[in-house]
Design a protein around this ligand. Structure first.
Ligand code: PMP
Length: 405
């Protein structure tokens, strides 16, 4: 693995200062910083071959279409999907889940049907399903979590019934960091012929993803959380589902033949890609995936787990600090509160020290309700962070505590 100095020098923003202090960026769960190769890939599109994809016969359009389709192939092999046609580009995780919730609802959901999510979900994996349930007269069921922030599998098994049409859960919680046992969840649903969507927004960047081994029916993630650009995401779906589902958007490129009487749709994956796609961001995401592959997903996972246990050790030594989410299996995210201190105050003081953390509900209000709290402070660590930065966070927290004592 590259050494840490070399890794950090790949990310230009990490060298900047904030309020004249070195930036300590611990908000990677919200979005990650971009390596130079991603920035270069975007510049290269705009400076050398920008043209709309799949549209023209001219040289530039050919070049950009080819780069876009190469990105699709890169995503396919990155997640080990069986076919390129099973990889749909979207605007992000939110776009992917909304799309499936709409299409699946239209095709398969009837009044009285049920669908299952968990108490850990990000709003992006709650609200689109709620909207679908409202539209279709279906019922949303929620798998409860225990005090450690883990899904209670026995309760999940009880929720699976002949009325269940789909299950949708995150592979890792953005609010607590819990890694969810998706294999057990998928296997139990499949035993009853129920498809499962896995929200990989907080997991795909932390280790190897193998769709075929996982055997989920849909898998979604965002480019910007895996060191790629904003505005691009992935919706993987098994061909057997995608070929049955209706498109969730209509427009250019997703059609075969259009008349005022009837329109027939394009083949997969184009059926689900209406209008001008964010091909620039897709090409940028390809560079990001190449970058993490080059570092090695196993190396990334090992380094992040080491940083997580170091951070756990440092933070749990602070009197008055409570960590929320204490599962044995976590991504490198730590949510915490300081006794008697509002998370916004903690976040604001840390900010003045150059330390970027996230405060609030993390778009997971039901998780906060579960613990009876308004929000937390969240440090989300990734492989370009260092133990020195975790030391800086620890001293920053100690300073906050002394200011409020
Ligand atoms: N699901 C999870 C678990 C997330 O962490 C996020 C982003 N915080 C989303 C979905 C939504 O991702 P995006 O905003 O990139 O669409």
């Amino acid at each position: 693995m590259k050494d840490i100095a070399e890794i950090r020098s790949d990310f230009p923003i990490l060298a900047r200062k904030v309020y004249d202090k070195p930036l300590v960026y611990l908000d990677n769960g919200a979005t990650t910083q971009k390596p130079q190769c991603v920035i270069d890939a975007l510049t290269s599109v705009y400076t050398t071959y920008n043209a709309n994809i799949h549209r023209g016969v001219h040289y530039l359009s050919d070049k950009s279409s080819e780069a876009y389709e190469n990105s699709r192939e890169r995503v396919r092999s990155f997640i080990n999907a069986g076919k390129k046609e099973e990889v749909i580009f979207t605007s992000g995780t939110t776009g992917s889940i909304n799309g499936i919730a709409f299409s699946f609802g239209e095709r398969y959901i009837n009044p009285g049907d049920e669908m299952i999510i968990s108490h850990l979900e990000h709003h992006a994996n709650i609200v689109p399903w709620q909207m679908m349930c409202e539209r279709k007269g279906a019922v949303l069921r929620v798998i409860p979590i225990n005090d450690n922030g883990e899904i209670i599998l026995e309760e999940y098994y009880k929720l699976l019934t002949s009325k269940t049409r789909i299950v949708s859960v995150a592979q890792a919680s953005n609010a607590l960091g819990t890694i969810v046992p998706v294999r057990e969840i998928i296997d139990a649903a499949h035993a009853m012929n129920i498809p499962v969507l896995i929200d990989g927004a907080q997991s795909v960047q932390h280790g190897i993803t193998d769709i075929q081994t996982m055997n989920c029916d849909f898998y979604v993630f965002s480019g910007h959380k895996i060191y790629g650009p904003t505005g691009i995401g992935v919706l993987y779906g098994k061909e057997k589902w995608l070929s049955e589902l209706p498109p969730f958007q209509g427009g250019g490129d997703m059609v075969d033949k259009v008349t005022f009487e009837k329109t027939t749709y394009n083949e997969l994956p184009f059926k689900f890609e209406a209008g001008t796609m964010n091909y620039t961001a897709a090409i940028g995401m390809c560079a990001a995936l190449n970058y993490v592959l080059d570092i090695g997903l196993e190396n990334i996972a090992a380094r992040e787990q080491e940083l997580l246990s170091y951070a756990n050790k440092r933070l749990s030594g602070i009197n008055g600090l409570t960590i929320y989410g204490n599962s044995d299996r976590k991504i490198s995210t730590i949510s915490f509160l300081l006794k008697g201190i509002h998370p916004y105050d903690t976040g604001m003081i840390l900010d003045k020290l150059g330390i970027a953390v996230r405060t609030g509900t993390h778009c997971a209000q039901p998780v906060m309700d579960r613990y009876g709290i308004d929000g937390t402070v969240r440090a989300s660590i990734c492989f370009y962070n260092t133990k020195e930065e975790i030391d800086a966070l620890t001293s920053g927290i100690e300073m906050v505590m002394s200011m409020f004592s």
